[in-house]
Design a protein around this ligand. Structure first.
Ligand code: ATP
Ligand code: MG
Length: 398
């Protein structure tokens, strides 16, 4: 489909929190543009990603189809750091060209066919443009009203025609899709997610990617006493989450034998929390090896007995790295809604044999004492054990 008045298709991106950055803003923008370029490699469209004043524009090759712009827009909608993605038309810096593009865009829209109330919103990033934004609004709005008889509604329009006058061109678009928000992945550093096959940890991983962390994933499997199912689940979850950051790695620790020694060495009621500490110590060892500066878990305060305040304290005490718990204040229903939105819920809900099911005491301790846990760890020689466990990890690259 060729669009006479519409010029070239492109995709216009609005930045999120980056705009609040002062001196570092340029670094964040550079990171974001690199992430966008990486993400678009899978789309197979040759693109030109350009920084403009306060926005990023993705130009498609001359003659590119609207469908290709659509594919680009859908892909970048998963890249953290953007708040809005608009499929736009790039037209000449001339009021007449803008007017024609606005008319054509509205003429093709579903909203116009239903007689929708509309508004035109113009913005001049280049003040040398001959018309001021309210003049442009009136010019284009008046023409749309004449041509299609649509009513103007500036307060609550059903259809908004946006016109953005830039340095070299004018962007014209209607609608848009929301981005992920947050910060560009990598701008906050690297961290290691403790990734079960459950509902919470994938959501925790996503929330921290959105805060600019590039994450690796660490899964503890009950192997050789459980099947490999939990590994497949963890792998499927990592694949699902990879679209937000790229270059994801899953590390798997065969944890069954260590769990068995915990079971035989401690008080039954402390087994779960002792195991969690051993996971964290092992994770810390792995984190040092891959240069990750924090651990991430899916803990939510009070959700299960291992997540009481006392038990969270006992977990923090096991390691020196910070443990980030983005879901600490979330309800299960909120976590599930987010898991559904990011597409991990249906994988998490598949049945598996989690390694935690190997240690399910009749009554779990809700107020674990750190001294008692340290006793258990002495008997286990936990410091040595977690180095051995870290030595035995297997890497799965996507
Ligand atoms: P999730 O839904 O993430 O499994 P959960 O509600 O089942 O969480 P727990 O099983 O107590 O809660 O786990 C709390 C956190 O400990 C998890 O969110 C995860 O970060 C970590 N964790 C638990 N089991 C494992 C595992 N097998 N491998 C890696 N991390 C784990
Ligand atoms: Mg779990």
């Amino acid at each position: 489909m060729t669009m006479s008045a519409l010029g070239e298709p492109c995709v216009l991106l609005k930045l999120g929190e980056i705009v609040l950055k002062g001196k570092n803003r340029e670094l964040f923008e550079r990171r974001l543009i690199a992430n966008i370029r990486d993400a678009l490699q899978t789309v197979g469209v040759q693109v030109d990603v350009r920084k403009r004043h306060g926005v990023i524009a993705i130009f498609l090759p001359e003659g590119a189809a609207a469908e290709q712009a659509e594919a680009v827009a859908q892909r970048v909608a998963d890249v953290p750091g953007l708040v809005w993605i608009h499929q736009a038309w790039r037209v000449a810096k001339d009021p007449d060209a803008v007017l024609k593009a606005g008319l054509e865009l509205v003429g093709e829209s579903e909203e116009a066919k239903r007689g929708a109330r509309f508004a035109v919103r113009s913005r001049r990033r280049d003040k040398r443009f001959p018309l001021r934004s309210n003049e442009l609004d009136r010019l284009v709005g008046g023409a749309i009203n004449d041509e299609y008889g649509l009513p103007v509604d500036l307060k609550n329009p059903e259809l908004t025609v946006s016109i953005e006058v830039d340095r070299d061109e004018v962007f014209v678009f209607t609608g848009g899709i929301p981005g992920q928000g947050g910060l560009p992945v990598g701008s906050s550093g690297r961290a290691l997610v403790l990734m079960s096959g459950g509902i919470d940890s994938p959501v925790a991983a996503y929330r921290m990617m959105r805060r600019g962390l590039h994450v690796d994933f660490l899964h503890f499997s009950g192997i050789p006493f459980t099947t490999s199912e939990s590994i497949y689940k963890a792998y499927a979850l990592v694949r699902k989450l990879d679209r937000f950051q790229g270059k994801s790695r899953l590390w798997v620790v065969p944890f069954g034998k260590a769990q068995q020694s915990i079971r035989t060495s401690g008080q039954d009621r402390l087994a779960v929390i002792a195991q969690r500490r051993l996971m964290l110590k092992t994770a810390e060892e792995v984190a040092h090896r891959i240069r990750a500066a924090a651990l991430i878990t899916g803990d939510a305060l009070g959700q299960v007995s291992s997540q009481t305040l006392a038990n969270i304290t006992a977990q923090d005490n096991a390691v020196e790295l910070p443990i980030l718990r983005p879901l600490v204040g979330w309800d299960k229903t909120e976590i599930m809604a987010e898991a559904r939105r990011i597409g991990t819920l249906e994988i998490s809900e598949l049945p598996d044999e989690d390694c935690c099911s190997l240690l399910a005491p009749k009554r779990a301790e809700t107020r674990a004492k750190i001294e008692d846990l340290k006793q258990i760890e002495k008997r286990l020689d936990a410091e040595e054990l977690c180095v051995q466990l870290a030595d035995s990890i297997q890497e799965y690259t996507l």
